[in-house]
Design a protein around this ligand. Structure first.
Ligand code: AMP
Length: 419
């Protein structure tokens, strides 16, 4: 497999798929440029070698051309970050994109307009009538898949080589994230540095496990984490269940959970997971106490109680001190740690204590030699909120992509380069 370090970009044009899907305020100022900074090592290496870059990305979820989703809003900031005046093609298809890419000289950078302005990027039909019949839907799908081939080929035609540095979209088989790779031979397609790091981190927690291996799964719903939990039961020594999921388990075991978040249709599933954990010898660690509130708000009245004795009208919004201690003890003895999802409603300052305690225990374990991977949406916001990001081994930039990788799925964006 080709690697970015070995590849010499001198005189080459590289199509680099990045994830510049950054948050913008109402005046189109970038409010968090983490994703742009994450791609800089790759972009700078190509420029330093004497190559030129054609950048492809999506921004938001446009359903067609829309000014508010234009990548022109990120140009100035990208120019500043790279120290190069970045060019722009108003359309990722058509004359302008082709001419500007053809004219690129070593050291130059061209950003293409939002790839998702075209339905072909995702390969999903748009604008179907709500009452469309199944036949109409199938025909529309077939049509967009057909035109997707031309779209992909055209994107590939701009460049000599392809670099995928967009881990955030690696779980999607889109034109620019996966399909494009087949237009480049094995020597001319590769991961960018960010993607390499992500793939390595996932590989370490799934395939290079130092034991004990502990996964902490938090967040709101069992239903969204079920596949991950099932896959992890084959890998981990300890599985800590935290967050809103706790109460589905507690209720399934006959506990009183007041008005805590609960998926009543998943009670059997919770019992089944407990049974499977036992069969596989996995230590399933559940909360024993909770910080409960009399309303879903930061200013609610609060108290601590046993997790299975929550009074009527009250709800658990975080773990309690006894649980914190139990979780922390397990975490501190671990050598491989995966954390996905807060232990409570960490967006409310009065319910962050448990998540912070888990984060701090992970940092301590990491200091003692554990490998720790934190990722998946809110977990990253969580470690950033507590200033703990630098104390863990790796913070993933991928949300859905990371979770699917942990579920054991093959990610199309990764497979397309590895094949
Ligand atoms: P997820 O996207 O599934 O990882 O869930 C993250 C969300 O779960 C965060 O927004 C938390 O506020 C929420 N959450 C965590 N614990 C609870 C809880 N006990 N009750 C309600 N929501 C929770």
């Amino acid at each position: 497999m080709q690697t970015i370090d070995k590849f010499n970009f001198a005189g080459k044009k590289a199509f680099v798929r990045v994830d510049f899907n950054v948050p913008l305020d109402e005046n189109f100022n970038i409010t968090d440029d983490t994703r742009m900074r994450a791609a800089l090592p790759t972009l700078k290496k190509i420029l330093a070698d004497g190559g030129s870059i054609i950048i492809g990305s999506h921004l938001g979820r446009p359903k067609g051309v829309a000014d508010k989703f234009s990548l022109k809003h990120i140009l100035n900031h990208l120019s500043e970050l790279l120290g190069v005046e970045v060019q722009f093609a108003n359309d990722c298809m058509g004359e302008e994109a082709a001419t500007k890419s053809a004219a690129l000289k070593p050291g130059e950078v061209l950003v293409l307009e939002n790839l998702r302005f075209y339905a072909e990027e995702e390969g999903k039909p748009r604008g179907l009538a709500e009452d469309a019949t199944d036949e109409e839907k199938a025909a529309a799908k077939k049509a967009v898949k057909e035109s997707q081939k031309e779209f992909t080929k055209k994107l590939a035609s701009y460049a000599d080589c392809y670099v995928n540095d967009a881990f955030g979209t690696a779980h999607r088989a889109h034109a620019s994230t996966a399909l494009i790779a087949k237009y480049f031979d094995a020597d001319n397609k590769m991961f960018g540095y960010l993607m390499e790091k992500e793939v390595k981190a996932v590989d370490k927690v799934l395939n290079d496990i130092h034991r004990p291996f502990t996964a902490i799964m938090g967040g709101s719903k069992v239903s969204s984490k079920i596949d991950i939990i099932e896959n992890l039961l084959n890998k981990v020594d300890n599985l800590i269940i935290a967050g809103g999921m706790t109460y589905t388990f507690t209720k399934a075991m006959g506990g009183k959970i007041g008005v805590s978040i609960c998926e009543d249709d998943k009670l059997d599933l919770a019992l089944d997971l407990m049974k499977k954990a036992k069969e596989k010898g996995v230590n399933l660690v559940l909360a024993v106490d909770a910080k409960i509130a009399d309303s879903f708000s930061n200013d609610a009245n609060t108290q601590f109680c046993n997790v299975n004795e929550i009074p009527d009208g009250w709800e658990g919004l975080d773990i309690g001190p006894k649980t914190e201690e139990i979780f922390a003890n397990v975490i501190k003895q671990s050598k491989t740690i995966l954390w996905n999802g807060p232990t409570g409603v960490f967006e409310f300052d009065n319910f962050t204590h448990g998540s912070r305690a888990v984060g701090e225990a992970i940092v301590e374990a990491t200091k003692n030699g554990a490998f720790s991977l934190v990722g998946g949406g809110d977990s990253v916001a969580c470690v950033n909120k507590f200033g703990l990001a630098s104390g863990v081994s790796y913070v993933s930039t991928g949300g859905g992509a990371l979770l699917e990788a942990i579920e054991g799925k093959v990610l199309p964006g990764i497979a397309a380069i590895q094949e």
